[in-house]
Write a protein that binds this ligand. Structure first.
Ligand SMILES: [Fe+2]
Ligand SMILES: [Fe+2]
Length: 201
């Protein structure tokens, strides 16, 4: 005699809706953070505050570069610096909002800002130096945000998605700085050759 195998129960997404509702009610003052939050909240807030400091330092560096860009190529590059400064400000705002959702305090204290930040504030004397410093800072942000994303994993998918979004934007910034560096480098080499030719004739 053969017995029919029992149909497998379909996996249910919400195991106990009552329990979820109860937990949400109990911790209503926690705002967006529910009992199901799997992250280590204090660490997530600390890490996001470091990303916030990184963004603010990037805003300040790009602003400085925007106002001090000099030379024949400066106008278009200065515009690009300003665009990046504004986008970094947008990142800072989104990170600060997320910290508040997690019941944390966004750390906007200017004291210690540079040491909380992963990227550095380097002024740069020439346009090429500025672009190079911006490229380095973007690459640092890309490295550290990738690390943050790996750390967040499935424990806080909202923060992870936010950081993934920002990371994609930093990658665009890095690409733009790299292209600028290459094209200005080429132009400068050509100008140098022209000057040498004129001096020799
Ligand atoms: Fe940014
Ligand atoms: Fe950036």
């Amino acid at each position: 005699m053969t017995t029919k195998p029992m149909p497998k129960p379909k996996p249910t997404f919400v195991a106990d809706i009552e329990e979820i509702r109860k937990r949400a009610r109990q911790h209503i003052l926690d705002g967006a953070v529910t009992g199901g939050y799997k992250g280590d909240r204090q660490t997530v807030i600390r890490v996001l505050n470091e990303a916030l400091a990184t963004e603010i330092v990037c805003v300040l560096r790009y602003k400085r570069h925007h106002y001090t860009a000099k030379g024949i190529h400066s106008q278009a590059v200065a515009e690009e610096f300003l665009e990046h400064a504004n986008e970094e400000q947008g990142h800072a705002d989104r990170i600060a909002e997320r910290i508040v959702q997690l019941d944390g305090d966004p750390d906007l204290n200017p004291e210690g800002l540079a040491s909380r930040s992963h990227s550095q504030y380097v002024e740069g004397a020439t346009l090429v130096e500025m672009i190079r410093e911006d490229l380095i800072a973007e690459r640092i942000a890309i490295e550290s945000y990738s690390e943050i994303i790996r750390y967040l994993g499935d424990n806080d998918s909202t923060s992870r998605r936010l950081m993934e979004d920002i990371l994609a934007n930093e990658e665009e910034h890095a690409e733009e700085m790299k292209t600028l560096l290459e094209s200005i480098g080429e132009d400068e080499k050509r100008d140098e050759k022209t000057r040498e030719r004129k001096a020799a004739s």
